[in-house]
Design a protein around this ligand. Structure first.
Ligand code: IMP
Length: 428
């Protein structure tokens, strides 16, 4: 198994859905703390334990082991969703006291954030981002505009009420003028949120002290990234991105742990590539092969159920991710899905306007016009689901992975060949 440093991090190399949930679940067997640092209920981490499927949106996958789970300040939290998820976990016999902590600095996703996200997406026409409609963008926008509400504010009743009334009045004007929507009732919001605040109070803490303190004491802390690096608000395929720093760059601002305390960075990438929502995807397969990958790989969103767009592994965008994250090691997931194909392609460069580039263009319109330059590999027919050792993988699969390592200049230390925890090859 990949060795954990005092502090390590798992991030997605592509556009999310790389299978980070499974990798975090495995690594959290050895982690004292697992910390979410960005995103919110837009994430959907699927973990299969003993054939039973668990889908987590806000709570780190470490909850299925013994780790203490922290939702840090960089996360935007839908309190209703968090309480529902906590209830689901309790029903599975897992006790939550002392196991889950919520940062008092985290921002709260309010009803008007979700409403605005839905209205804006459904009326945007061609300008649509294809969001999960969980209120993520509007909540981060309010945070930056200094019109957000933090978890700590829930416990200052007068202040909370005053802010909710002011913000709801403003949002109601927007909702009515732009979308002809019914206004929201601020008093109802205040009453409802008072109840949520009471239920969550035992879990609320100063997470800056909790996480830094754990690292200082030599405890093993694992930071769990949500979404993927290509959805990062600064370094992804803007504007078709999420609203947070969904790569390792987000850890410090999302937790209060300084950069010099962050140790190993493990990137997770699928053996091919997928994307949900709008935006450029140069290696997308819109033909029968794309459909075949979707079916074999079960490529449907864990949060929204939307079919994922599928395509070949894109070395160009992945190299960009390796660079911005400083990835030390890679875990390759879903290698088993490629079994049975005659040939497998890997994008080594792009062709645009007659010239060739190995850099991901910043201009999203240019990226959308790029044609991938592929290196083609021989496929393999063997079923990989029972392979336990890297050496036992089919020769063609090893050639493919060796090339990927050389291209990205990063070692592949884990290979996932099936949904279950056990179906993972740990490379020595
Ligand atoms: P938002 O994060 O809901 O605002 O959505 C912005 C973009 O990020 C859309 O293309 C979503 O499909 C995508 N996205 C958000 N969360 C995830 C995720 O967990 N996996 C994959 N894509 C995501």
């Amino acid at each position: 198994m990949s060795k954990l440093n005092t502090s390590s991090c798992v991030v997605g190399v592509q556009w999310g859905d790389e299978g980070k949930g499974k990798i975090v679940d495995i690594l959290s067997q050895k982690a004292d703390l697992v910390v979410r640092f960005q995103g919110g209920g837009n994430a959907g981490h699927t973990v299969v334990v003993d054939g039973e499927k668990h889908v987590l949106h806000l709570i780190p996958s470490g909850i299925l082991h013994k780790s203490v789970c922290v939702i840090a300040n960089g996360v935007v939290v839908d309190l209703i969703q968090l309480l529902d998820e906590m209830e689901e976990i309790r029903k599975r016999g897992i006790k939550l006291d002392g196991r889950i902590f919520l940062s008092d600095r985290a921002h709260v996703v309010m009803p008007y954030h979700k409403f605005l996200d839905k209205c804006s997406e459904t009326t945007a026409g061609n300008g649509k981002i294809g969001t999960t409609q969980r209120g993520i963008g509007p909540c981060y926008a309010d945070k930056a505009a200094r019109k957000g509400l933090r978890v700590a504010d829930l416990y200052n009743e007068e202040f909370f009420k005053e802010r909710v009334f002011a913000f709801t009045a403003e949002k109601n004007k927007i909702l009515q003028a732009l979308y002809g929507a019914e206004p929201l009732d601020p008093q109802r919001i205040v009453d409802e949120y008072r109840g949520y605040a009471q239920k969550l109070q035992p879990f609320v803490t100063d997470a800056v002290e909790l996480v830094n303190g754990a690292i200082d004491k030599g405890r093993r802390v694992l930071f769990e990234g949500a979404q993927g690096s290509l959805l990062d608000i600064d370094f992804g395929t803007y504007p078709f991105v999420t609203s947070s720093n969904s790569d390792a760059c987000g850890i410090s601002s999302g937790t209060g742990v300084p950069p010099k305390k962050i140790g190993k960075i493990l990137g997770v990438a699928k053996a091919y590539c997928t994307r949900v929502g709008e935006g450029p995807f140069p290696t997308e397969l819109t033909d029968d092969l794309g459909q075949k990958l979707r079916e074999i790989g079960g490529e449907y969103g864990a949060t929204t159920g939307r079919p994922r767009r599928c395509g070949w592994f894109d070395g160009v965008t992945s190299r960009h991710s390796v660079q911005i994250n400083g990835i030390d090691e890679v875990a390759i997931t879903k290698l088993d899905v490629l079994s049975g194909l005659d040939e497998i392609k890997f994008a080594v460069a792009y062709q645009h306007n007659g010239s060739k580039t190995e850099r991901m263009p910043t201009d999203t319109k240019v990226l959308a016009q790029c044609r991938p330059v592929y290196k083609t590999f021989k496929g393999w027919k063997e079923d990989l689901s029972k392979v336990k050792k890297y050496e036992d993988l089919p020769k063609a699969a090893k050639i493919y992975l060796n090339f990927l390592e050389r291209y990205l200049k990063v070692k592949v230390t884990m290979v996932s060949v099936g949904k279950d925890r056990e179906k993972t090859i740990h490379r020595k």
